[in-house]
Write a protein that binds this ligand. Structure first.
Ligand code: ADP
Ligand code: MG
Ligand code: MG
Length: 518
């Protein structure tokens, strides 16, 4: 496949933003190293600011959005008093991405430079974490979580406000304006056909201005309308927009042409898992690959589930490889967003991969995807799906009967561990399926009528010591010891025993009642 990277045309910038920095805004006063806006500028800035989505908080503007983050940090690097914080932020960011050993090394260095009172680069408002960080840095990978939050809290105050009146934020608004530019098919160069789907074709395409390659999924308007697929199409587009995981295909643009609706997606040029399982010589994949793909699918599923999205269509065809060999879940056409705590019903999925509770018309939730993962691991290993032979033709009723009633079989391709995880995921009862239950029942429950310890007679009495004199220092120690209730445990006790509910009453119409007394 061709991957021409054309010389990039200059991106158009509005007004003097495109000029080199030394030619910009002549005569504008300098303040905190940033250019103050003039009235005409103010109007322009106001117009630009209106382009921003309603959420204009620090987190969205300076942490989540990549260009926003970059520009905010560029601004901070121009401020001598903020540079130290930027070094720390940079280190904290790379800390999260390092493999275990290097991470520990960087962790210790972060503690020494920023969280040690004697250090020249110590960050005073983080010193309250000094002790815990020093204690936990060698084993807790989340040791700096609170520090990072605190650092962001600091940056979100004065530094953020200064950023908002700097030329860096002005530049951010210009980028937002470019981002909002109307997209048409002229924006892309089109290459080869990648695949066919239910409503149309998927083509490789390239953004003319940047050279970035994508896959363009085109839905034919005619087909969509004839088969009443509007809700499906919109559902897929909106869910794709919401997800942000390196293990799920991302949506980069959506636009329309006269005859199609287009979704421009992460380019996955390594083919799908179905092809890799069946068309690469021997059937099935080796264990290392099965393990790796299962783990990455697991990460993708977890991300979807955190957003309460049930994917519902897990199968080898829908798992795509990129050119580095990593996978992403694709085709969110059947995915559904659950409302908090709710289950759905619906005979949805692909024949042969649907979970028993889907087939039998029960209400279900995210559990169906763990069944799907079971099918996927099984098929990657065996080179056939769990409930039918590779080329076997089975009618729907028969296949559904097997899924709901029959036990799948495991041949010599499965070692104990793979068999174990498949069996646990392919549990027909969603309540017992791996991944689905929160708290599990213990395998042994003590009988409340039985006493599980040696006879009282068999336990030696504790000997008392004579002649020890207690001093004031001892009293001090006792005082430190007898602190009474431990807040979390005590409050849990109040709730668990029902005391809270019973005593926590107010007068009619939410009026005061006498204070609680013990
Ligand atoms: P449908 O929802 O109609 O099944 P899909 O999203 O599964 O459509 O896409 C159809 C086919 O197009 C896939 O089987 C795959 O071969 C190809 N395809 C889809 N998305 C991509 C992508 N992001 N990168 C590369 N190929 C893709
Ligand atoms: Mg598909
Ligand atoms: Mg689909």
């Amino acid at each position: 496949q061709r991957r021409r990277r054309q010389q990039r045309p200059q991106l158009e910038m509005e007004g003097d933003a495109a000029l080199p920095q030394h030619q910009r805004v002549p005569g504008a006063g300098r303040h905190h190293g940033c250019v103050l806006a003039r009235p005409a500028e103010l109007r322009r800035r106001h117009a630009l600011t209106c382009l921003l989505p309603p959420k204009r908080d620090y987190h969205s503007l300076c942490v989540k959005q990549p260009i926003g983050k970059e520009l905010f940090q560029q601004f901070c690097w121009t401020q001598p008093d903020l540079q130290n914080y930027m070094t720390l932020l940079k280190d904290l960011d790379s800390y999260d991405m390092l493999p275990d050993e290097e991470r520990m090394e960087l962790g210790v260095s972060i503690v020494n430079r920023f969280l040690t009172r004697k250090s020249r680069t110590c960050v005073p408002f983080l010193l309250k974490f000094e002790e815990t960080c020093k204690r936990d840095v060698n084993f807790d990978p989340y040791v700096f979580h609170a520090c990072k939050q605190e650092l962001h809290r600091f940056l979100s105050q004065e530094p953020f406000n200064k950023y908002l009146v700097s030329m860096f934020f002005d530049r951010f608004l210009q980028w937002k304006k470019l981002e909002r530019k109307q997209i048409t098919k002229k924006f892309f160069r089109q290459y080869r056909l990648l695949g066919k789907g239910g409503f149309g074709e998927v083509w490789a395409c390239q953004v003319r201005a940047t050279g970035m390659m994508y896959a363009c999924k085109k839905l034919d308007k005619g087909h969509v309308k004839r088969r009443r697929g509007e809700n499906l199409a919109l559902n897929e587009k909106q869910l794709l927009e919401e997800v942000d995981s390196r293990f799920v295909v991302n949506l980069a643009y959506s636009y329309e042409t006269k005859r199609t609706l287009c979704m421009v997606l992460t380019m996955m040029s390594g083919g799908d898992l179905k092809f890799h399982i069946y068309n690469m010589g021997q059937r099935g994949l080796d264990r290392t690959r099965v393990c790796f793909y299962a783990a990455e699918v697991c990460c993708g599923l977890t991300h979807l589930h955190e957003k309460l999205i049930a994917y519902r269509d897990l199968k080898p065809e829908n798992i795509l490889l990129d050119d580095k060999g990593h996978i992403r879940i694709s085709d969110l056409g059947l995915a559904v967003k659950l409302s908090e705590g709710r289950l759905v019903r619906g005979h949805v999925g692909t024949l042969g991969y649907m979970a028993p509770e889907v087939i039998s018309g029960q209400k279900y939730g995210l559990c169906v995807d763990w069944w799907g993962l079971g099918c996927l691991i099984y098929e990657m290993t065996a080179g056939k799906p769990p409930f039918k032979g590779r080329k076997e033709n089975v009618v729907r009723q028969e296949l559904e009967m097997r899924i709901t009633k029959e036990q799948e079989t495991y041949d010599e391709k499965f070692d104990e561990e793979v068999k174990d995880i498949c069996t646990a995921l392919l549990n027909k009862n969603p309540k017992q399926r791996l991944g689905c239950s929160g708290l599990i029942e213990a395998p042994f429950k003590p009988d409340p009528r039985h006493v599980y310890c040696s006879d009282v007679q068999d336990i030696d009495e504790f000997s008392t010591v004579r002649g020890v004199v207690q001093t004031e220092k001892d009293d001090q120690f006792y005082k430190e010891f007898h602190t009474g209730s431990v807040p979390l445990s005590w409050q849990n006790e109040m709730i668990e025993t029902g005391c809270f509910k019973e005593l926590n009453v107010f007068g009619p119409g939410g009026t005061r009642t006498p204070d609680l007394v013990w």
